[in-house]
Design a protein around this ligand. Structure first.
Ligand code: WT7
Length: 658
């Protein structure tokens, strides 16, 4: 574990523009909630769970920590997530309220009310049941951003079938790996996906994955017709979503499940081994999705919320599928990419749909800054963004200059910018400013949410003083936390509650530092071999094994290099079984390897830079000297002592890019 240790140099917190009547009214109200949670952690969470969720059967137990770290929350309570996200809104009189405004890649807009969404979800849930999918069965969803994708997730929740959404950018091989690991009985997909004017054959990829074997449990493939393009079809197994829906009743009795019933499994990368299926619960997860919509985003009845994530990531689960619907909000969802037809798309959409709360990734902001600098027509000031009142970011650290640009040019100086820190495993926000409440510092995620006991510790698990870097941990369990890794409880325990920290602290996997004066947190980046490329998490080991699987590769090592736009860029060091290529030959091999990784994992994992050498630089005991490779990747002159390196001459071979 490496930590940084530096004096704190944060600028003084800025006062922020006042917002009227926020859910948490001010710093005093924030402190009162923190104190309430400190005084009686369990009573605090029980109160929230009673106020923010509708229970079929009220819980009598709050937290069961007898088998820590396999915590259980509200265990004997019963509820249904789709009921809370749909039926409850109808009962509140929101039937005619727009639930989702969908903007397609080509700009076509489709709206759906809560009433209509409810009926679609019910029909789909009935159709899944009719196809034999029952409580506890797993359904893989490999769908584009669409109303249908969200309906698919909620339909699974309605019948108690945990879903596992796989991002549409993953390859057939990655999809196959997840289908097998989760033991899916059904797949929901689309004929094709449309992004940036291009189509991607999702259904054909599903067929390819299912033909790889080991997926015998999959009896049904439900296909949403997005483009009408030609696709392969297996009559017994495949069914059109619209035909299934048409044949079903538009109401559906929900499956009442215990609060700990798994709502979904979402795969994410770790530092070692295959992707891990992060398992979330129904009650605890949904609670925090709803509460953070109110506390962090201050969602109000008239707000138009837009989170630009994809349903394939946790942000799309919590702040597209579950959070906004649990609180009866109106939200915008978008099929395309921020740069199509041009880099003004986000700003144009905010203007068009009068978005008031906008949540996106630093990587998108950075690329749009570049584009705006080059072309006034796509600069946010060329659009009417006066509907905005709150801005947020997520996924990676945001550099103060991008933060400031976002606040100034998108927020017009009126809107707070919330740098929200959290993870797939945490279910929802962990450390984040509250709008109109927390004085902001660009680049800092500021203070933990009430009830979240975050701290920074050293390698032995002892808290470090403010101003000293260390590793971020969460000391007390919280309801929306990961329950286990699907099929691998030991990996969960060792990975997240490591013995060297005493076994009782949740290890986030990030380094962090707190400001000496304010106690504000700044995340300094991953402490393990996980890269963050454009806000996407990728394990270096995963990319290395993909490269090593290529028939001409003898050995590969992958490191990250700081990148202006993507945050981190992937650099691969490769030793071929044949002689080291040079000139056009090297370029040809590199292109082939890049395409290979795209096939093995998905386009997001393609290395930006590939270097070749005669051998991997290793210590005498055979360990690849990664620290050295990181310096080489950055183009730094090697000033480190290389006397322990077995074969120092190869370093200069790797130093030259193509
Ligand atoms: C990792 C989690 C949470 C949804 C998207 C990513 C990094 C996330 C921040 C932030 C600095 C951040 C961390 C974290 N990260 N948000 N505001 N500031 N770093 O979810 O794929 O599970 O990745 O993203 O490194 O551990 P994820």
């Amino acid at each position: 574990m490496s930590t940084i240790d530096s004096a704190s140099l944060q600028p003084a917190p800025r006062q922020i523009p006042a917002i009227e009547h926020t859910a948490i009214s001010g710093m005093d109200a924030y402190r009162a909630l923190v104190a309430e949670a400190e005084t009686d952690h369990q009573a605090f969470w029980a109160r929230l769970a009673r106020e923010h969720l509708q229970w079929r059967r009220p819980f009598t137990k709050i937290l069961d920590d007898s088998n820590a770290p396999f915590y259980k929350w509200f265990e004997d309570g019963e509820l249904n997530a789709s009921y809370n996200c749909l039926d409850r809104n109808l009962a509140k009189g929101l039937a005619d309220k727009t639930a989702i405004v969908f903007e397609a890649d080509d700009g076509t807009v489709t709206r759906i009310t809560y009433q209509a969404l409810y009926h679609r979800v019910c029909r789909l849930a009935n159709a899944l049941r009719a196809r034999g999918v029952t409580r506890g069965d797993r359904v893989v969803i490999y769908m584009p951003m669409s109303i249908e994708g969200i309906a698919a997730m909620l339909a699974c929740a309605r019948i108690g079938a945990p879903h596992s959404v796989v991002f549409g950018g993953f390859s057939a091989k990655s999809l196959h790996e997840r289908l097998v690991n989760v033991g899916a009985v059904a797949v929901m997909t689309a004929d094709e996906q449309v992004r940036g004017g291009k189509t991607l054959p999702l259904k054909a990829i599903v067929d390819e994955a299912l033909a790889m074997g080991g997926t015998v449990a999959v009896k049904t493939v439900v296909v949403y017709r997005r483009t009408g393009g030609r696709i392969p079809w297996i009559t017994q197994r495949d069914a059109w979503l619209h035909e299934l829906e048409h044949a079903q009743s538009d109401t559906c009795e929900p499956e009442w499940v215990g609060a700990e019933h798994p709502l979904f499994v979402l795969y994410t990368s770790g530092s070692t081994g295959a992707p891990k299926g992060v398992q979330h619960s129904t009650g605890g997860y949904l609670l925090w999705a709803a509460v953070t919509m109110k506390w962090t985003f201050d969602i109000k009845p008239d707000d138009v919320f837009w989170c630009t994530a994809d349903i394939g990531w946790i942000t799309g689960h919590t702040y597209i599928c579950y959070g906004p619907t649990a609180v009866g909000a109106t939200q915008v969802i978008f099929e395309g990419v921020p740069t199509y037809p041009d880099a003004g798309r986000f700003w144009q959409m905010i203007e068009r749909h009068k978005v008031s709360i906008f949540y996106t990734a630093p990587t998108a902001i950075r690329s749009l800054i570049k584009a705006a600098d080059a072309n006034e027509a796509v600069h946010p000031r060329s659009f009417d963004l006066s509907s905005l009142r709150i801005l947020g970011t997520v996924g990676e650290p945001i550099n103060p200059s991008a933060w400031t640009w976002y606040a100034q040019h998108v927020g017009g100086g009126r809107c707070p910018v919330l740098d929200t820190f959290w993870q797939t495993e945490t279910g929802g926000h962990m450390i984040s400013p509250l709008p109109g409440v927390t004085p902001l510092v660009p680049g800092s995620c500021t203070l933990p949410m009430p009830g979240i006991d975050a701290a920074i510790v050293d390698e032995t698990g002892h808290e470090v003083p403010n101003g000293h870097g260390g590793v971020l941990v969460i000391r007390k369990p919280w309801p929306s936390m990961i329950r286990t890794i699907w099929g691998n409880p030991e990996r969960f325990r060792h990975g997240y509650y490591p013995d060297d920290l005493g076994g009782k602290l949740y290890l986030a996997g990030d380094g962090a530092i707190r400001d000496r004066d304010t106690g504000y947190f700044t995340i300094t980046g991953r402490i393990d071999d996980v890269l963050n490329v454009s806000g996407h998490r990728l394990g270096t080991m995963e990319i290395e094994s993909a490269l090593s699987a290529h028939p001409s590769v003898a050995e590969a090592a992958v490191v990250g290099r700081p990148d202006e736009t993507c945050g981190e860029a992937i650099v691969a060091f490769v030793v071929l079984k044949t002689a080291r290529p040079s000139g056009p030959d090297a370029k040809r091999v590199a292109d082939e390897l890049r395409a290979w990784v795209g096939k093995e994992i998905g386009p997001i994992a393609k290395p930006k830079d590939i270097r070749f050498g005669d051998a991997m630089p290793k210590t005498r005991s055979g360990k690849v000297v990664r620290r050295l490779l990181r310096s080489v990747a950055k183009g730094e002159a090697i000033t480190q002592d290389t006397s322990s390196v077995e074969n120092p001459t190869v370093i200069s071979q790797f130093a030259h890019g193509l």
